[in-house]
Design a protein around this ligand. Structure first.
Ligand code: AMP
Ligand code: MG
Length: 351
C-alpha cells in the first residue's frame, strides 16, 4: 500500500487537507495524526473493520483495546453508558487534553474497538489537527499510539513514517508532540476513580480535582513480583522497548554516576557499543559511545518530551546496551518511570 504523507500546519490546519484525511477515515481507511501526547494511528472507531485494520497495521494483540477520540462533549453520551458526576468534573478541568477516561460502553462501540471489553476508553485531544480531523471523520476516531507494537511510541512524524509507511493510507505530519508521553488513564467504572496509567496528570493533580483517587495496584513497582496484573491490558505487555538492552540505575546521585560509568566501562571492555541516558545535571560526567542529555531534572517536562525519541536514536546508533539514570521527579516522574521501567523490562540496579 502506498502511504501518502501530508504536512498540515498545526496553527492553521488547511480545511481541504483535513477533509481529504477525514474522508479516508469515514470510508474505513487508516490515518496517522499528531496529538499533544504522541502520534495516533487513527481509524473510524464505530467500524469494526477499521479497528481490525489498526491491530493488523501495528501488529497489536487484538485484546488490547483502543482509545476512542472525540472532539465535542455531545459525542460522549452515545458511546458511554453512564458518565458519573465526578467524570464530568474531570472533563471540565482536563478536556480537551492528555486525559483518557474509562466508562461502560454502549452498543455503538464495536467489540473490536474495545478489545472485547464491556468498557470504552475516551479522550478529547487538544491538538488542533486532531480536533479538526475527528470532526471531519464523523466524530469518533479509535487511535492507539502510531508505532509498531512493542516499539517506543512516536513523537515525531519521522518516527511514524519509519514504523508505518506502506501499512496505512496516510500520515499527517503536524510537527513534534508537545508532551511526548501517552495520556493519563482514569477508570470510572468502579466506586472510586482508579488511575490505570500515569501521564501528564499525576496523582496529586487528580486528587485535587476529584478527592479520593486510587492507583491500580497492578502498575505499582512490586506488582509483577506479587503477581498483580494491571487492569489496562496494554500495561501488561513489554512495551516501548529499544532494541538494545536497557538497564535503570537508581540510588543516591553520586553513587549512580559512578555505578553507571563502571557498568558502561565493563560493557565497552566486552566490545559492546554503550549508551547512557542522563539528566542535564550529570550528563557531562559520563564517557560512553552515546550519551544523551534528556534535560534538567528541574524541567522534567523536557525529559518526558524527549524520552521516546532518545530510545529510538539509540537504536539508530546501533547501541547494544543503555544505562539510564532514574528520573524520580515530582511532576512527571510517575509517568516517565512507568514508561522507562517497561522499556527496561523492569531491569533495575541499585547503586
Ligand atoms: P495506546 O493507545 O497505545 O496508548 O494504548 C491505550 C491504552 O489504554 C492501553 O494500555 C489499553 O490497554 C488501555 N485501554 C484502552 N481501553 C481500555 C479499557 N476499556 N479498559 C482498560 N484499559 C483500556
Ligand atoms: Mg501504545
Amino acid at each position: 500500500m502506498e502511504t501518502e504523507i501530508l504536512k498540515i500546519d498545526k496553527n492553521a490546519p488547511d480545511p481541504a487537507a483535513i477533509e481529504r484525511a477525514g474522508r479516508i477515515l469515514r470510508e474505513g481507511g487508516l490515518v496517522a495524526f499528531p496529538t499533544e501526547t504522541v502520534y495516533g494511528l487513527g481509524g473510524n472507531a464505530l467500524l469494526a473493520d477499521a479497528s481490525r485494520k489498526i491491530y493488523a497495521a501495528k501488529g497489536r494483540p487484538s485484546d488490547n483495546p483502543l482509545i476512542v477520540h472525540i472532539a465535542d462533549m455531545e459525542h460522549l453520551p452515545p458511546i458511554a453508558a453512564e458518565v458519573p458526576e465526578n467524570a464530568l468534573k474531570l472533563a471540565g478541568a482536563c478536556w480537551p487534553g492528555p486525559l483518557t477516561m474509562i466508562f461502560n460502553k454502549t452498543s455503538l462501540v464495536p467489540d473490536e474497538t474495545s478489545g472485547g471489553l464491556p468498557t470504552v476508553a475516551v479522550r478529547m485531544p487538544s491538538h488542533p489537527v486532531a480536533a479538526a480531523l475527528i470532526r471531519a471523520a464523523g466524530g469518533y476516531i479509535a487511535a492507539p499510539s502510531a508505532n509498531l507494537s512493542g516499539r517506543p511510541s512516536t513523537t515525531k512524524a519521522e518516527h511514524v513514517i519509519r514504523d508505518l509507511s506502506g501499512r496505512i493510507d496516510m500520515i499527517i505530519d503536524g510537527g513534534d508532540a508537545d508532551i511526548g508521553l501517552e495520556s493519563t488513564i482514569v477508570d470510572f467504572t468502579e466506586d472510586v476513580p482508579v488511575i490505570l496509567r500515569p501521564g501528564y496528570y499525576n496523582l496529586a493533580m487528580l486528587s485535587e480535582i476529584l478527592g479520593e483517587v486510587r492507583i491500580d495496584p497492578g502498575i505499582l513497582d512490586a506488582a509483577e513480583e506479587k503477581g498483580v496484573r494491571p487492569k489496562a491490558p496494554g500495561m501488561r505487555y513489554r512495551h516501548y522497548a529499544p532494541k538494545a538492552r536497557l538497564v535503570i540505575v537508581e540510588g543516591e546521585p553520586e553513587k549512580v554516576v559512578s555505578k553507571i560509568q563502571a557498568l558502561a566501562d565493563a560493557a565497552a571492555q566486552e566490545g559492546k557499543r554503550t549508551g547512557v541516558m542522563a539528566s542535564d545535571e550529570t550528563a557531562g560526567r559520563y564517557r560512553a559511545d552515546d550519551v544523551k542529555d534528556l534535560g534538567s531534572i528541574s524541567r522534567d517536562e523536557d525529559i518526558a518530551r524527549g524520552l521516546f525519541d532518545a530510545l529510538r536514536q539509540f537504536d539508530d546508533d546501533g547501541v547494544e546496551v543503555i544505562y539510564s539514570e532514574a528520573f524520580l521527579t515530582p511532576r512527571m516522574g510517575q509517568a516517565i518511570m512507568n514508561r522507562l521501567l517497561k522499556a527496561a523490562g523492569h531491569e533495575v540496579i541499585y547503586a
